[in-house]
Design a protein around this ligand. Structure first.
Ligand code: UN1
Length: 518
């Protein structure tokens, strides 16, 4: 089936009605589709570069309509009891379950993910729905003993307002869902600016929310979608009706978002670049480590924030492990992600290939030795797509290039002698998202997780850097940004805390023992 026909079939499964030759609407407020006033955006599949769809993007001015819609529906949505808001999210999760294949199909076409990874991404949405439904019955605050007699102190968590969500191309469904599902149960409404590379996935996700809202006769205006460029993001960041902007993407983009939102004292939740490292101790179970390394380094074609980019290996096993990785790379099935046996699909575009080549050039100039890969593949892959052999490069410790995140499958291997040196090399990068150690030495494992160990938001033992479950809080330190999404208490980001003191006595004692007689 040609890609345009696949898009039409997928749209039909979700009931996205649209005349096939007209561009898609760039603005969707609830169930109202509005042609954008901005440029035409042509979406090509990374599979073979052919056009999937065209969008008439929204102008910055039109993003205000989406913000108004989210803002107008907020007072209604925040007044619904949280467990009933959870019911909407339960329905969303049910539809995502029923439509798992269809939704994964959009991801494969638009991002080039393999079927397994695309299905996994939809599963991440379903999982976060289940988690959010449970949470909708336990958005709890603390009570605190009061220093004053016949007084009670307590905290309540209350809805925050319309939340701005800015997402990247590489997880067009799951990362939106982490934010949107929690924000919805917390009583917040949504304004979403997806990546300009993945508006079809966004339309599909938005459609699922609409369908669930229809089932419960809830105004779909609680969810709003704006397809457009940086000016749309800028408008969302500047608008003080949006108390929280959650943004995923590059570090320069995140800095801009942080500064713009901070200028009006708004809140941000930022998940930016990662440059994730793994320490391999001489005691490591190397068979286990090898599988974890390969999945983390080449899965999603090295285009996850959590992808493994730096391997810090004890010098006694470096050669053996590098040879095993190189051998395993020879057998990787790279090609059309629509084929079930493919485990590595294309890069998102030509630009990524150029960045990959530039990084490899710099690595060579900085003393690196290419152990394998790095070339473009043209045989037995769809013409027009950018397919690459994952690269393995032996590097001297701490060159400039290893401190940069390149969104492509390049794994730098470095050696260490002492454990403390491994940790030092590991932490000596500006980013701090995910990390791992492979060791059978309990002390090393604990030290890696301790205050003197990994400085990342995620630190794992005997598993890879990528593929986190939704139940854990997800996010990083340093230039990776701030805040946590998805699991444990991340829901608090989407609420405001009110501290209440209640006096049920007949006196008015003052705190700190102050006397104030009038
Ligand atoms: C991302 O790359 O932005 O842990 C998110 C993982 C996935 C999420 C990645 N669950 O790799």
């Amino acid at each position: 089936m040609k890609v345009r026909e696949s898009v039409a079939a997928l749209r039909k499964s979700l009931g996205i009605h649209h005349p096939s030759d007209a561009p898609f609407a760039g603005l969707v407020t609830g169930d109202r589709y509005v042609a954008g006033e901005g440029d035409i955006l042509s979406i090509a599949t990374p599979i073979d570069g052919s056009e999937l769809a065209r969008f008439k993007t929204a102008s910055a001015h039109q993003s205000c309509e989406a913000i108004r819609s989210a803002s107008d529906s907020y007072s209604f949505w925040r007044s619904i009891p949280a467990p009933q808001r959870g019911e909407l999210v339960r329905r969303i999760g049910n539809i995502a379950r029923e439509q798992k294949q269809t939704l994964a199909g959009f991801i494969t076409l638009e991002v080039g993910k393999t079927q397994q990874e695309a299905l996994g991404e939809v599963q991440e949405w379903i999982d976060v729905c289940d988690f959010a439904v449970g949470l909708s019955r336990q958005l709890h605050g603390l009570t605190v003993v009061s220093e004053r007699s016949q007084h009670r102190l307590m905290e309540q968590w209350l809805p925050l307002g319309p939340v701005g969500i800015i997402t990247a191309f590489n997880f067009p469904v799951a990362v939106w869902a982490w934010n949107a599902m929690l924000a919805l149960i917390c009583g917040d409404t949504l304004v979403w600016k997806p990546s300009e590379k993945t508006p079809l996935c966004a339309l599909a996700c938005h459609r699922v929310v609409q369908l669930a809202a229809e089932q419960l006769d809830i105004s779909p205006q609680i969810s709003n979608l704006v397809i457009g460029g940086a000016s749309v993001g800028q408008t969302i960041c500047e608008d003080d009706r949006i108390p929280l902007v959650s943004a995923t993407g590059s570090i320069p983009m995140g800095k801009k978002v942080a500064q713009t939102v901070a200028a009006r004292l708004g809140r941000t939740l930022l998940e930016l670049g990662g440059n994730n490292g793994m320490v391999i101790s001489p005691t490591a179970d190397l068979d286990l480590a090898l599988r974890a390394i390969v999945f983390a380094a080449v899965g999603t074609t090295g285009q996850r924030c959590t992808s493994l980019r730096r391997l810090i290996v004890h010098k006694t096993i470096l050669e053996r492990l590098s040879a095993a990785i190189a051998e395993s790379y020879q057998g990787l099935r790279i090609g059309d992600p629509r084929e079930e046996t493919t485990i590595i699909g294309p890069l998102i575009g030509e630009h990524s290939f150029l960045q990959m080549q530039e990084a490899l050039d710099q690595a060579r100039q900085q003393g690196g030795e290419l152990l394998c890969g790095g070339d473009r593949i043209t045989a037995k892959v769809p013409p027009g797509g950018v397919y690459v052999e994952p690269a393995l490069v032996k590097m001297p410790a701490q060159t400039d290039i290893v401190k940069q995140e390149t969104f492509a499958p390049i794994l730098y291997v470095m050696e260490y002698e002492e454990f403390a040196q491994a940790v030092q090399i590991h932490n000596d990068v500006p980013q701090g998202l995910s990390s791992a150690i492979f060791t059978e030495d309990m002390r090393e494992a604990e030290r890696f997780l301790s205050v003197n160990g990994s400085d990342c938001g995620i630190a794992n033992v005997n598993i890879g850097t990528s593929g986190a479950e939704i139940g854990g809080a997800f996010g990083g330190e340093k230039e990776t940004g701030r805040g946590r999404e998805s699991g444990t208490d991340s829901w608090r980001n989407y609420m405001r805390r009110a501290t209440n003191t209640i006096n049920y006595g007949d006196e008015l004692p003052l705190a700190q023992g102050i006397e104030f007689d009038i």
